[in-house]
Ligand binder design. Structure first.
Ligand code: X5A
Ligand code: ZN
Length: 655
């Protein structure tokens, strides 16, 4: 359905007219660097370009006072001295004669983006704007922000489009206190912000940036603050915050729209943030948000002051909005102790307000040896930024290899129905040890699967779907695992649903991680052989994915993922779609789904579309997990946490 990119060159006009070391980082080059890189990567050309319009004063009035709007309007005619004097009345603000025009364009860009998404013209988009917005308040400019672009867009989505639930994700490294103040009593806007805090010693030095600020009145629980008390937070910390805090609440909230205060000063190299997350991390954050609200995600630029890191991170975000799979994350996926402390204190503060957190908070943290501490601020390890981000786009994103090409299958034009099959002799050789693969139908299906798998291992195809007769599902999966491991996959994650046992003679060499959902009981037979019952309700299914499957998968860092819907998998289509959409964050999206031959064309169709980058349908208001589901999950997490560190959401008590 497409991605909008909203921009206007005029927004490069506002700039610093006098010496001010605090404001000088917010430069016009921020926009041109981002845009140039988008062009250079061929990403701008894939977007629907919208030229930003100015927000009207009435629209600004959705969140700002008329007196404040007038005050900013009048800066247009002030001279340098007067501008400087007025700027001094605010914290970290430097007005320019063009500021009013730019700030109206920035707010207008957000409105256009929301209109484009909510009218169905596009699926999602990014507004590249200056000045940023999230610090600005009803009657005050603050922290380089003049009008609150995201807050105006949210108020507009409510007023003009009648929305009832909007999620605002503020991944900028500063606390968007402006958004918090504007909506703190509003339960229709769930505001999440993580921010450098250092126990209150970092700008804007506010007590209300801490985790215990959770909103007020009707809005209790709809403000979610995750303060980082150390610098150096990296990919593992950010992904853990999404899996263990933001996403459980977001699914429970069930937003109709996701707005992102997309500041990239939380990325590596940024002088303000001093964090360590690499640009690829923003592809993962974006992809994780795209499973919400039917994929309606509107991102608006906030901060981001390291031009190289900013440009790269913007590309990662846009590329993911366009549906490309996220590049694998670099570095070991182990959240640091300080991050776990922050996540835990935010979970504890929110638990009274969210069912999805309640049952889980009773367990005391396990006694384990201490985990790593954050590496602290480092200068931009240029090695991490210099790596040309080759995301070798396979020529085919998704291929479907069903035994009889299905004419009733509705597929997007870029998903191909694969005709090819592996050589007969080779197929027979792989099939030989398995009785269930002797039948002609099973052999034919195996030939197609092997051909598809080879395409994926060679990098021609990114993801795919293959089918097999139910009686041959286990054997076919067994062959796929062996073939994958012997033809280039270093680490293979297999998520098996239904009655599929781990192949008995699969080596226990740590190269494959077997996770059976709908096992008879919760059991960790080894760190690489996990089984859990299929949760009964949507809530249980979500906690299984967010609390077990994805943390295991992100810890293991596979380079190939097999997901098999075997006999009696019992999974609803929308649950299967969500699982596939989220597993796509692993292995650069190299995901092969194995279905039973008699699966409905609807199931094959939805999986193909999701693997190809379409948003899964939203699950709607979710039920809670049953006590048995929670118990199974808690048990497995306890067993597996020592090895798979992304499972942790409590800091260790150092023994
Ligand atoms: C949008 C943004 C930061 C202001 C920092 C002032 N503002 N020291 O990143
Ligand atoms: Zn910022």
């Amino acid at each position: 359905m497409g991605t909008a990119l909203v921009y206007h060159e005029d927004m490069t006009a506002t700039r610093l007219l006098w010496d001010d070391p605090e404001c000088e980082i917010e430069r016009p080059e921020r926009l041109t660097a981002a845009l140039d890189r988008l062009r250079q990567r061929g990403l701008e050309q894939r977007c629907l370009l919208l030229s930003a319009r100015e927000a009207s004063e009435e629209e600004l009035g959705l969140v700002h006072s008329p007196e404040y709007v007038s005050l900013v309007r009048e800066t247009q005619v002030l001279g340098k001295e007067e501008l400087q004097a007025l700027s001094g009345q605010f914290d970290a603000i430097c007005f320019h004669p063009s500021t009013f025009h730019c700030a109206r364009l920035a707010a207008g860009a957000g409105l256009q983006l929301v209109d484009a998404v909510l009218t169905g013209a596009v699926q999602n988009g990014l507004a590249l704007v200056r000045p940023p917005g999230h610090h600005s308040q009803r009657a005050a400019a603050n922290g380089f922000c003049v009008f609150n672009n995201v807050a105006i867009a949210a108020a507009h989505a409510k007023q003009k489009h009648g929305l009832h639930r909007i999620l605002v994700v503020d991944w900028d490294v500063h606390h968007g206190q402006g958004i918090q103040y504007l909506f703190e009593d509003d339960p229709s806007i769930l505001y999440f912000s993580w921010h450098r805090y250092e126990h209150g010693r970092f700008w804007p030095f506010l007590r209300e940036s801490d985790a215990d600020a959770v909103g007020r009145g009707q809005g209790l629980g709809f403000t979610v603050n995750l303060p980082w008390n150390q610098v150096g937070m990296g990919n593992a910390d950010y992904v853990a915050a999404f899996l263990h805090l933001l996403l459980p609440l977001a699914f429970e909230f069930d937003p109709e729209l996701v707005l992102v205060s997309a500041g990239f000063d939380s990325a590596i190299g940024d002088p303000e943030g001093q964090m360590q997350a690499t640009p690829e991390c923003f592809a993962h954050l974006t992809q994780l948000l795209q499973v919400l609200a039917g994929g309606r995600v509107c991102a608006m630029l906030e901060g981001g002051y390291h031009l190289e890191s900013l440009a790269e991170s913007v590309c990662m975000t846009v590329q993911t909005l366009l549906g490309d799979p996220a590049p694998p994350l670099s570095g070991s996926m182990v959240p640091c102790q300080s991050a776990l402390e922050s996540i835990q204190s935010a979970r504890a503060a929110q638990a009274p307000h969210w069912k999805s957190l309640q049952l889980q908070e009773e367990r005391p943290p396990p006694l384990l040896p201490g985990g790593p501490v954050c590496k602290g601020a480092a200068s931009a390890p240029s090695s991490l930024l210099d790596q040309p981000c080759l995301c070798p786009a396979p020529s085919v994103r998704t291929a479907v290899a069903l035994t009889a090409p299905d004419i009733t299958l509705v597929l997007p034009p870029d998903v191909i129905q694969q005709e090819g099959s592996a050589l007969r002799e080779e197929t027979e050789a792989w099939a030989r040890p398995h009785e269930s693969l002797a039948r002609e139908e099973a052999l034919a299906a195996l030939g197609k699967l092997l051909y598809l798998l080879d395409g994926m291992l060679d990098g021609q195809v990114n993801s795919g779907i293959a089918a097999t007769p139910a009686s041959a599902a286990a054997a076919t999966l067994d062959v796929a695992i062996r073939r994958g491991l012997s033809h280039g996959a270093q680490r293979l994650l297999c998520v098996a649903l239904g009655q599929l046992d781990r192949p008995p003679d699969l080596a226990h060499d740590g190269r494959s991680l077997w996770l059976n959902i709908r096992g008879k009981e919760a059991a960790a037979l080894s760190m690489f052989h996990v089984s859990t019952p299929l949760p009964a309700m949507t809530g249980g299914f979500l906690s299984c994915i967010l609390g077990l499957v994805l943390p295991l998968a992100y810890s293991f860092q596979p380079d190939l993922v097999l997901v098999a819907l075997g006999p009696g998998h019992g999974l609803q289509g929308r649950h299967a779609a969500l699982l596939a959409a989220m597993l796509r964050g692993l292995a650069g999206g190299r995901v092969l789904a194995l279905l039973e031959e008699d699966s409905t064309p609807q199931l094959a169709g939805i999986l193909a579309r999701v693997l190809n980058g379409e948003a899964p349908p939203s699950l709607g208001a979710s039920s809670v997990a049953s006590p048995e589901d929670v118990r199974a999950l808690m048990y497995l997490r306890g067993q597996l946490e020592p090895q798979w560190k992304m499972l942790q959401c409590h800091p260790h008590l150092v023994a």
